[in-house]
Every structure is written in structure tokens, then in C-alpha cells.
Design a protein around this ligand. Structure first.
Ligand code: NIG
Ligand code: FE
Length: 396
């Protein structure tokens, strides 16, 4: 759709572009925003707003960048509601259910997998998510990982090869062979559809040597690094991510002082080279586990992102507002920190500077809330507060 579009009558505009006294969220009052060719063309006081072909009246509500969900596993079949119910009755989460989803995913047709991704992508968009990263990891054969990523790439630029999610049952007694296969034919088949490589570095999944070998193979063919680390217990995953210059280490539930220091040493620079700690409170909610301590990371100067981890096992939510509310209530984040982490933080975790901000030149990805302030995202948990979404400047 061509032509310019003016969003005006904005009560509170969260730009994430600091300066001008708006705090870290770069908040502007009585602002307007002009969209042209899918990009933000102008931001300024409403009284100076340029003429436009069309108008979106925000009616005094808050407007913020669309959410950036930098961690999701959407390519799968089946669900694990019974496993969830068992956990709520006292069973622990071990990651063992991943193999159940692998079986269902292998048995599904391309169209069935595509329909699930489409449904969850639409569900997330309705809740304000304008960018979503999508991982493979429930195929675990050369063909099933390649098709998972091929389908994911139909929906996002940020696709992640997670062939090293767990060792599949047929390789259970020869994990070295599986790692060799991941680094060889599986990576070759997956890489054309992937921007990132990820490993589940955890007891019961991949140890640090296997994880390092797999991530290094991915880096060698140009993929960026992300790591599932320190989710179920302490371990070397976070420091491995820092060692390899990962864009993000995800979960970070069990951290030592050395882990926090290693993350802090990567800095918070705008140049996009720091390693972000991506926290996934939906997983702790759905596995009834202690939440990560976001305050400790923030106070140490670590860049923090929030994401859903949407998957059928440990976190079957696509809702970034839900994650913001959990982070504020359970992880000692302020509402402003949580909103930043769910927008600009996610963009940092994906090493992107065109999203997560509302400034001239950025993508016109934004949400209009049914509320006067970003505070309401945590203050009114469970309430559908996303009134409108613009994605690439197009009202959805
Ligand atoms: O990020 N931890 C590893 N992978 C997923 C869970 C996958 C599953 O249980 O199906 C996660 O939580
Ligand atoms: Fe995950």
C-alpha cells in the first residue's frame, strides 16, 4: 500500500530513541509519527505534523514499537497439554518431552507444519509482535531440519538452525555421530535457509565441547550464534556464548557471578557486538520453576531482552505482553525496563537496528495500545491491550 500515513493524537509515544528528556524509553508526549514506504519518515510534536494521505487516530493512547520476539520454536506438530498438566501435579520439567514433539513433527506434512506456523504468527501479530525469530529443532534429520527452516523462512528473516536441540532417539548411544551429522550434511542442508545457529547446551542435551564444535561449524558458514544456556541448572553455556561472540544467550535462569561478569564484559554498546541475556519467563511459568533474576543482570550492566520461547513443551504462549507482566512482577524489572527489553532488547538480540525503535528510517512497526501508558502492559495483566498494529507501515 503506497502513500503516506500519519499516526496522530498519540498520548505517549515510546520511541526507544533516548535524548530530549524522555528517559531510556525516549518518551514523547503529544507526538505524531509519519509513515512513508513502510518506514518511519518523521516523528515530532503533533502541532507540526505534515499532511498525509491517510490518518490513524490514536485517540490519546500510548504507541510503542512493535514487540520483537527474538526466541520462538514455531515449527512443530502436536501439543503436550498432558505433560503440562503432569507438571502442575508435581512432575519436573527435564526437556525429555522434546522427543515427543520430534515424533509428531516428522510425521506431519509440510502443509500441516506451515499451517501451525501461520496460526501462531498471526496470534503473535494480534498481540503486537511485529518481528519473530523462528527456530527449527523438532525435525532432527537432514530432511526434517531443512524443511522446518524452509517453512520458517516463509514467515521471518530471522531463522535459526537448532539441529542440536537434543540427540534424537536413533542416535542415543552414539552422540558423537549425531554431532558429526549436524556439522556435516544437516548444516549444509539447513544453512541456505538460516541466519542463526543455536544449541541447547545443558545436561541431558549437548555438553560444552559438542556445543562449541557445532556453533563453530555454523560460524564457519556465516551463521550468527545464539545459545540455549543455563536453563535447568548451572553450566558453561553462557560463558561459551560470550567466548564465541554470541548475539544472545537465552534462558539464563541459573547464573554464577562469573557468568554475569562475562556477560557484562561484552558491554551494552550500540555497535551491536554485546552478548544479550534473553530471558524467557513463559518457560519458568509453564515449568513452575524459579524465575531468572533480571535485576542482577541489569545492575551489572548486561543488556537484557525478553522473549516468549513459544513452543509446545516449556512455554506455549505467543504473548509478549504476558512476558512483560511476568518480568515486572516476578523478575524485579521496572515496567520501562521490561518494555525496552521486549522491543529494543529483542532487536539487539537479533543484531538489528531497523526495528525496536521509532525514529526516521526505522521500520514502521508499531502498536497502539488500548491504554494511555506503557505501564498498563504490566499493570493490567491478561487484558488484550493491543488495539492496532502497523507492520511495515501497513495497518493489520
Ligand atoms: O527453550 N530448552 C530447550 N528447548 C525449549 C523447550 C522445548 C520443549 O520442551 O519442547 C526451550 O525451553
Ligand atoms: Fe527455546
Amino acid at each position: 500500500m503506497n502513500g503516506s500515513l500519519l499516526v496522530d493524537n498519540i498520548g505517549e509515544l515510546v520511541t526507544n530513541s533516548p535524548g530530549g528528556g524522555g528517559g531510556p524509553l525516549g518518551i514523547r508526549r503529544d507526538a505524531a509519527l509519519l509513515v512513508e514506504d513502510g518506514l518511519v519518515a518523521w516523528v515530532g510534536p503533533a502541532r507540526y505534523a505534515p499532511a498525509a494521505d491517510r490518518r490513524v487516530d490514536a485517540a490519546g493512547a500510548a504507541v510503542l514499537p512493535g514487540f520483537v520476539d527474538s526466541h520462538a520454536h514455531l515449527v512443530f506438530a502436536g501439543d503436550r497439554a498432558a505433560e503440562f498438566a503432569a507438571r502442575m501435579a508435581g512432575e519436573p520439567y527435564t526437556g525429555g518431552g522434546i522427543r515427543t514433539t520430534v515424533g509428531a513433527t516428522r510425521a506431519a506434512s509440510d502443509d500441516e507444519l506451515r499451517a501451525t506456523v501461520r496460526r501462531l504468527r498471526a496470534e503473535a501479530l494480534r498481540q503486537g509482535t511485529t518481528t519473530i525469530e523462528i527456530k527449527s529443532g523438532y525435525g532432527l534429520t537432514v530432511a526434517d531440519e531443512a524443511r522446518s527452516l524452509r517453512i520458517a523462512a516463509e514467515f521471518t528473516e530471522d531463522t535459526t538452525f537448532l539441529g542440536a536441540h537434543v540427540v534424537p532417539a536413533e542416535y542415543a548411544d552414539r552422540p558423537d555421530d549425531y554431532v558429526g551429522m549436524v556439522c556435516g550434511p544437516m548444516l549444509a542442508a539447513a544453512a541456505p535457509y538460516a541466519r542463526w545457529i543455536d544449541v541447547f547446551c545443558e545436561r541431558g542435551a549437548f555438553d560444552v565441547d559438542h556445543a562449541r564444535a557445532i556453533l563453530a561449524c555454523g560460524q564457519a558458514v556465516g551463521l550468527g550464534v545464539r545459545v540455549h544456556a543455563n536453563q535447568l541448572g548451572p553450566g558453561p553455556g553462557v560463558r561459551l556464548g560470550v567466548e564465541l561472540g554470541a548475539a544472545s544467550v537465552d534462558h539464563c535462569t541459573h547464573l554464577s557471578d562469573a557468568d554475569v561478569e562475562a556477560l557484562a564484559s561484552t558491554g551494552t554498546d550500540d555497535g551491536g557486538t554485546s552478548t544479550v541475556a534473553t530471558l524467557l519467563p513463559g518457560a519458568e511459568f509453564s515449568t513452575r520453576s524459579p524465575y531468572p533474576d533480571a535485576r542482577r543482570l541489569l545492575d551489572a550492566g548486561v543488556t537484557v531482552a525478553l522473549a516468549t520461547d513459544c513452543n509446545p513443551g516449556s512455554s506455549y504462549t505467543s504473548s509478549m505482553p504476558f512476558c512483560i507482566a511476568l518480568a515486572v512482577r516476578e523478575m524485579r524489572m521496572t515496567p520501562a525496563e521490561a518494555v525496552w527489553a521486549a522491543t529494543a532488547g529483542g532487536a539487539r538480540a537479533l543484531r538489528r537496528d531497523d526495528i525496536g525503535v521509532l525514529r526516521p528510517g526505522a521500520r514502521a512497526d508499531l502498536v497502539v495500545l488500548d491504554a494511555p501508558s506503557h505501564l498498563h502492559l504490566a499493570y493490567r495483566p491478561g487484558v488484550p491491550l493491543i488495539r492496532r498494529v502497523l507492520h511495515n507501515g501497513v495497518p493489520q
